[in-house]
Design a binder for this molecule. Structure first.
Ligand code: NOJ
Length: 534
């Protein structure tokens, strides 16, 4: 195991800024149209210059990529489209040299249908020990022609698929992602070994996919609306799994971030007890509309639910599953809801960008860690993908109603005047880039002091040098209802104006950073945020 980084303490994760890399779309080192590890290695200096503390890589393992790599065929092999295990090891080490820690993504709820275990289960037939690693069941109905239960899919459509010998298997996502049986000791043992495998390679943390879904009610009963928790989520026995994982992480000084979507704050916080996960994504904040009272409540609820378990909050505005922030904030409905995604929803990108800039300063001033999704620092909008190029199964499984998630997964623009905006060389990128993306390219934004990139760089620089930011005390200041104003330690104050009119700033010594120009007389314009030293 590599030595811990000398420059930061063991609690680095309590206030880290973590950058999410979607390897397929970050940078294409070999020029085949798909991003890869060589591309990331070539751009590590960009991440260091941006000033992030860690990088979370969405799955880079061997995968048929039916669900963008969340269908893993082998955790110990890097998908050849992305590179090799040796390159991943080099990447982890090179990033550490630059002070950047690595977080890998583990997908324990399911595997790919191409995983050796599932192929063996199909071949072995009903009643075999191989099938016990999954949820195989006979069907209901006279001839077993009906699925074993009525569970709804996370991705529209059915959660059961029948195999030729008549049995059905459970998949909460696509049929190519069979759910594992977490009551089976071999499933638990295998994942503990996978954690060790990656911790041994020097990773500092693990993001846990679909973290509340693993354990199912063993009876697999029908879903009864209103009965909480449903039989496929948040089962009490799941906490034993995470206690065992935590013991392993502690051996290596590693940390977890869970993808836990649960509406119940108390049940959510159970995952963050001191002997379970270190952190979990804040989806309440991510889905919150751009409205002062809703945001204030989201911040209050977040801090209140984390306090009893002593875990730091996380602040997330977007990721590879949701609509890009500048697009969402420019719409009439500024919240996010998977079920409401539709083609052609109008947006005002100028307005959305102003708000996204303010939201960046808001989230970076709150206590806890912050996640940035690649391209967020460039202010990329959601892209329209031509129908015949959409790859995301969320689109096809919705019968074409849901545009899917590819619009936030488009390859990054690095150079305004290069083919594929410098993403790669010869080949066309795996998803088409919009024709007007030169204006978002890294090289242009580097040179423009008013760009989103420069705002993020400056905010991250200040956050590193001002000890009052990150984990620590937080107090709301008196302000009008549609203005958010709060104080952190060391006299740092953040004010966000969500009203339609300019507002006067509280008395201050100095403006450290503003998300946009101030109005005449120094007032804070609508949809603008400022960091003050008071
Ligand atoms: C959550 C991931 O973020 C998403 O991209 C994926 O499709 C599902 N989990 C299934 O693994």
């Amino acid at each position: 195991m590599a030595a811990p980084l000398p420059n930061r303490n063991a609690d680095w994760w309590r206030d880290a800024v973590i950058y999410q890399v979607y390897p397929r779309s970050f940078a294409d080192g070999d020029g085949d149209g798909t991003g890869d590890l060589a591309g990331v290695r070539g751009r590590l200096s960009y991440l260091a210059e941006l000033g992030v503390d860690a990088v979370w890589f969405t799955p880079w393992y061997l995968s048929p990529l039916v669900d963008g790599g969340y269908d893993v065929a082998d955790y110990r092999t890097i998908d050849p489209a992305f590179g090799t295990l040796g390159e991943a090891e080099k990447l982890i080490a090179e990033a550490r040299e630059l002070g950047i820690r690595t977080i890998v993504d583990i997908v324990p709820n399911h595997v790919s249908d191409q995983h050796a275990w599932f192929r063996a289960a199909l071949a072995a037939g009903p009643g075999s020990p191989e099938r016990e690693l999954f949820h195989f069941r006979p069907g209901r109905g006279e001839r077993g022609e009906l699925p074993p239960n009525d569970w709804p899919s996370q991705f529209s459509g059915t959660t059961w698929t029948r195999v030729p010998d008549g049995e059905w298997y459970l998949h909460l996502f696509t049929p190519e992602q069979p759910d594992l049986n977490w009551d089976h000791p071999a499933v638990r043992k295998e994942h503990e070994d996978i954690l060790r495998f990656w911790f041994e390679r020097g990773v500092a943390g693990v993001r846990i996919d679909s973290a509340a879904l693993l354990v199912k009610d063993p009876e697999l009963p029908d879903y009864v609306e209103g009965v909480d928790p449903a039989p496929f989520i948040d089962q009490d026995a799941l906490h034993d799994v995470y206690r065992a994982w935590r013991a392993i992480a502690d051996e290596y000084g590693g940390v977890f971030v869970g993808e836990v979507w649960l509406p119940d704050a108390e049940r959510f916080a159970r995952y963050l007890r001191p002997d379970e996960l270190h952190t979990a994504f804040n989806f309440n904040f991510l889905t919150c509309p751009w409205e002062a009272d809703r945001l204030r409540r989201s911040v209050d609820d977040t801090l209140a639910e984390h306090a009893p378990v002593g875990a730091p909050a996380t602040w997330v505005l977007c990721n590879h599953d949701v609509t890009r922030t500048v697009t969402r904030y420019g719409r009439a409905d500024t919240g996010f809801d998977f079920a409401a995604k539709r083609f052609g929803t109008p947006t005002d990108l100028g307005l959305g960008t102003r708000r996204a800039r303010a939201a960046a300063l808001l989230s970076l001033a709150l206590p806890g860690s912050v996640y940035l999704y690649q391209g967020e620092e460039l202010g990329l909008p959601e892209a329209d993908i031509p129908l015949d190029r959409i790859q995301d199964p969320m689109h096809s499984r919705s019968g074409g109603v849901d545009p899917g998630r590819d619009g936030c997964r488009v390859p990054l623009p690095w150079q305004a005047d290069a083919p594929s905006y410098g993403f790669g060389a010869e080949a066309e990128p795996w998803l088409p880039q919009p024709a007007d993306w030169a204006r978002f390219a890294v090289d242009r934004q580097r040179a423009d002091p008013d760009s989103m990139l420069r705002l993020y760089r400056e905010a991250l620089r200040l956050r590193r040098t001002e000890p009052g930011f990150g984990d620590g005390p937080f107090t709301w200041l008196d302000s009008q209802d549609d203005v958010l104003a709060f104080r952190r330690a060391e006299g740092l104050v953040c004010v966000v104006n969500l009203s339609g009119d300019p507002v006067a700033l509280p008395s201050h010594e100095r403006i450290l950073l503003a998300s946009g120009p101030l109005a005449d007389g120094g007032a804070l314009p609508a949809d603008t945020a400022v960091w003050l030293r008071t």
